[in-house]
Ligand binder design. Sequence first.
Ligand code: ZN
Length: 256
Amino acid sequence: MRFDRLRGIIADLDPGNTDRMNALELTGRARTHVIELDAPRCTLHYEAVAAFLGMRDAARAEGIDLQAVSSFRDFDRQLLLWNRKWRGDRPLYDRSGALLDPARLTEPQRVDAILAWSAIPGGSRHHWGSDIDVIDAAAMPAGYQVELVPAEYASDGVFGRLTGWLDRNQGRFGFFRPYGSDRGGAGIEPWHLSYAPVAREAVEALSLSILRSAIAGGDMLGKEHVLDRLPEIYTRFILAVDPPFLPERPGKTALV
Ligand SMILES: [Zn+2]
C-alpha cells in the first residue's frame, strides 16, 4: 500500500478526532460513534442520546410514548436490503407506491426503483446515529402493525397526535424532518427525524469520494450502474433534503 494512502486512512481513523465522524463511521462501516441503549431500545450517536431522551420525557408528560423503531443501521444491513430488492426477493414500488414487475425493468430502472424507497448503502442518514424513525406506542391499538406510511402520520392517522406534538416541540430538542417535503429525491417520510447538530456536520463531511469508495468496496449488486451516476444520486438523495431549523438565529425555526 502506498504510504500517502496509508496516511490518509490513519487520519480518517484518528481517535482524537471526536468532533467529526471519520469515513468509516459516516458510511456505517464502524460503530465507534454510537451507543446502544436498552430502554428505550435504540442505537444512537453519543451526542444525540441526551436530546432524544429529553424529547421522550417531554412527550411522555403529554401521554405520548415516543419510540424509535429504527435508529442506527450499519452498511451491511443497508447492503442486505439493497441486494434483496435488486434480486427481486423484496417487492419494488415506483415513487407513487405502485408495485413494479422487476422482470420488465432495465438495470438503471431497477436502481431508480430501489432508490425511491431505500437509501444507497453508505448513503443512509441512519448510518450516522443521528436519525430515527419514530412512533407513538401509546396511540396503537393492541396488535397494531406499524407500516411507516404517510397516512399513519396524517392528522386523522394513528400517529396524527404525535405529528402535531413533534411540529410544536422537536425543534427545541434539536430535531427536524429532512424528508418533510418532496425535493425530487427520497419520498416524504414524516416519521424520520434527524438530530441537527450531528447530522449537519455529517452531511458536510460525507463527500462524494468517501461515498464512492464505500460503494466500490462493498459487495453490492448493480454496483456499476450506481457508480456510473453517483454524482447525480449524491445530489438528489443526500444533499437535497429539507434544512434543519437554525438554532443560532433565535426565532428562525423552519418547522414550528
Ligand atoms: Zn428513516
